[in-house]
Design a binder for this molecule. Sequence first.
Ligand code: AMP
Length: 418
Amino acid sequence: MSFAELGLEPGLLRAVQSLGYTDPTPIQEQAIPLALAGRDLLGCAQTGTGKTAAFILPALQLMGRTSGPGGQGGTDGRPGHGGRPPVGTLVVTPTRELAGQIEEVAVACSKYTGQRIAAVYGGVGYDPQIRKLRRGVDLLVATPGRLLDLVQRGDVDLSHVEILVLDEADRMLDMGFWPDVRRILALLPPKRQNMLFSATLTSDVMRVAGPTLSDPARVEVAPSATPVEGVSQAVYPVAEAQKIDLLVRLLEEEKLDRVLVFTRTKHRADRVCRHLERSRIKGTAIHSNRTQSQRQRALDGFKDGTYRVLVATDIVARGIDVDSISHVINYDLPSQAQDYVHRIGRTARAGASGTAISFLAAEQANELREIELMLGEPLPCRDLEGFTYMQRLIPNPDRTAKKPKPRLVYNGSRRRRR
Ligand code: AMP
């Protein structure tokens, strides 16, 4: 199916073309026609499936019809309540990185249709965001805390929102943002179109989705437990005390180009970074204790190759959308098996292949078991040749896990503008 067949208007089709998207991804194919028909959506899709364009494109088209430039609604720059131009579409997302990336997609998609896009998130100054809001915003991407601050200061008018997108709802729940989201919902007009996207549809997500969505159509591309195609996975058993040496040796000896390393805590991320520095390996860390500009610098440096290694914790890594990550290294296994899939999905993007390496200390045997149960098969164990292991950890070779029915996520070839 082509984008034109999904019912998108010419300006959006041109934008999609200049983004280099030739065919819609499965989630786009499902979601766009339903959204254009005005339906509420309950979407189960993880990052990497093309879900951002799946909600941005119909939102831009629908606003164009009822309110955007040339329309008759309230977001054409005319003052709304309190003299501020009201927002037409609101996208709420958990992290600054995701907000920035959604904004980027929205700006690119609105290139020929002219809607005004802005993103507001914490960790940066208020003034540029407020200036942009005053000029008028048709589609606003926001993290919950900063949005509420701006509402309280009287800088945002949400009383004309026609379309609400709740992105990564499971993560917003995990991060404790739902009370803020509920406060935001209370500020919106009751008659609106809602789209809720989540990597997993847990009972918690369903509980909060229920009152938010009205007769939603469900769109789904893959269960979140599906590993991404094209990622080869291996476990390296190693004592906790030797993890750092093993990491340095791997980075020194193997052909690891662009490497994303996951640690369990911010503190451990910083410590790994310091060790890399001592070994003259170019690395940087990204976690929620770093300021927004530090995070951006780390991410930009990783993208442009200044840093070969990016060390991250799960929460911020959620939004890392970087092409050609050759290796993901789980320095610490995640405590939630689901996060394993999110982590390894950072590699093998854009149709490329990738490798996921997991360090396994004796203390993390249970975590490995949970992951293997979820994957439905044991992961192969490897040793690094020539590395002197202090102690041998050999996971039970008879590990068997019940294999669930395999379902694949979209991982077709993608071209990007970047
Ligand atoms: P997302 O799941 O929204 O984070 O998108 C993942 C990546 O897929 C982004 O880099 C998009 O630019 C890219 N992408 C989205 N839709 C398409 C498409 N139809 N064809 C090719 N690439 C796409």
